[in-house]
Design a protein around this ligand. Structure first.
Ligand SMILES: Cc1cc2nc3c(=O)[nH]c(=O)nc-3n(C[C@H](O)[C@H](O)[C@H](O)COP(=O)(O)OP(=O)(O)OC[C@H]3O[C@@H](n4cnc5c(N)ncnc54)[C@H](O)[C@@H]3O)c2cc1C
Length: 381
């Protein structure tokens, strides 16, 4: 299936695409099964990516980044999806954590943390969700109470991407529990210097098997007040401003996932035979793939528009929410229909389409559930 070139692509991005494609083929694809078994990517995968300049692509060069734009992150995400890799949590590390530091950090904080994220020396995570609060973030209970020059952090977080390896965690905390949303702040915890910080188990998931999604515990962890991001009490507003990019990241990866699923399935149905002919010769196969290819085209057109809006600084919260819920719903539907065309092999984890099916499901849940996306859109109508 010919994938159309996005209007936001440039020659520079073509070169990045080639580099990223070769990188994932050489450094990720051969290790996917092992990563799934050990529930994390090898630590040196991060530093290899850093050496090639693939981390923090959209962070300015003065902080060690690639000096690119969101389009650079999008190309990397697309190539990761095409390679069928769901283990590497770079979209959180480069696409989210680095951007919180960039947007809200002081010059000193940016110079201290961003170069280490860009080299892969440090792995980043963002910890919002708790056992008792995910969608309803105002209900979080992790506190950070001021004591002299420190904050004392107590509580726990769960479902944290990169949690097993993270060195730098942006933690959403209540600095003034009586104030609700207005008492919420963002605090950077450097895990190597945080007595009382503990990682729980790496969680057993239906998909994303190679990702070290983990629980994090904070038992009176003293964090210097110099690690506060922005002003105290601004946490909620800071989160809201970053969420459109987080949701667009999920949408971009979903479109690439839809295209990859259609390509994998096309290749399969052209060589598999039943009743003396290739599966592609059955009208049901052809119509199913015709519909899925149409969905891929429509999804790309909409998400490309969102990428262009974001590059122009004009992607609003409801539009990002539309892209997130709709593209992830389409991804799940397309991958499910593709699995059907593989028959029994589609249910075997050695087949990439089976892993894609298991990996797709969570896209409707994280980054704000699709129901929350519809709430956001409905409120804007
Ligand atoms: C693999 C994975 C990785 C993750 N990575 C991270 C991470 O790196 N950092 C992080 O902070 N979190 C992370 N999360 C957490 C994720 O963001 C939350 O799971 C998600 O926001 C939903 O929260 P919840 O699980 O508490 O579900 P709940 O909020 O309990 O929701 C349960 C159901 O109720 C529905 N619901 C809730 N409120 C409403 C409403 N107002 N209207 C209609 N329906 C509603 C939801 O849509 C959902 O269907 C991750 C989760 C997973 C599974």
């Amino acid at each position: 299936m010919p994938t159309r070139r996005s209007a936001w692509m440039t020659e520079d991005l073509d070169q990045l695409r080639e580099l990223a494609r070769a990188f994932f083929q050489k450094e990720a694809v051969p290790h996917q099964r092992r990563w799934a078994e050990q529930k994390h990517v090898d630590r040196d995968f991060w530093t290899k990516a850093g050496q090639l300049g693939l981390l923090c692509l959209s962070v300015p060069e003065e902080y060690g980044g690639g000096g690119g734009t969101f389009a650079h992150e999008a190309v990397l995400l697309e190539e990761q999806a095409r390679a069928g890799d769901s283990s590497w949590g770079n979209s959180v590390h480069s696409g989210i954590v680095a951007h919180y530091l960039l947007a809200y950090g002081t010059e000193e904080q940016k110079l201290r943390w961003l170069p280490k994220l860009a080299s892969g020396e440090h792995v980043g995570a963002i910890a919002m969700s708790e056992p008792g609060a995910g969608s309803d973030l105002q209900g979080i209970r992790t506190t950070a109470l001021r004591d002299g020059d420190d904050y004392v952090v107590s509580g726990s977080k769960t479902f944290i991407t990169n949690g097993g390896q993270a060195d730098l965690v942006v933690v959403v905390v209540k600095t003034d529990p009586a104030l609700g949303a207005a008492g919420t702040s963002l605090l950077v915890v450097e895990t190597a210097r945080a007595p009382g910080f503990r990682r729980g188990r790496v969680l057993d998931k239906v998909g994303l098997k190679g990702q070290d999604t983990a629980e994090l515990f904070f038992d009176e962890v003293r964090v210097p007040s110099a690690n506060l991001l922005g002003a105290q009490g601004q946490g909620f507003a800071q989160l809201m401003r970053q969420l459109p990019q987080e949701r667009l990241i999920i949408a971009v990866a979903s479109v690439a996932g839809i295209e990859a699923a259609v390509e994998l399935t096309l290749a399969y149905v052209k060589q598999r035979t039943a009743f003396g002919r290739e599966l592609i010769k059955f009208q049901n196969t052809r119509f199913t793939l015709a519909e899925c290819a149409t969905k891929a085209r429509v999804a790309r057109a909409f998400v490309d528009e969102c990428v262009q809006l974001h590059l122009a600084g004009e992607l609003d919260v409801p539009t990002a929410a539309m892209a997130k819920w709709w593209s992830t719903d389409e991804l799940c539907e397309v991958v499910d229909r593709c699995v059907q065309l593989f028959g029994g092999y589609g249910y075997m984890t050695e087949y990439p389409i089976a892993r894609a099916w298991a990996d797709a499901r969570v896209q409707k849940i994280y980054g704000g559930t699709n129901e929350i996306m519809k709430e956001i859109i409905a409120r804007s109508l």
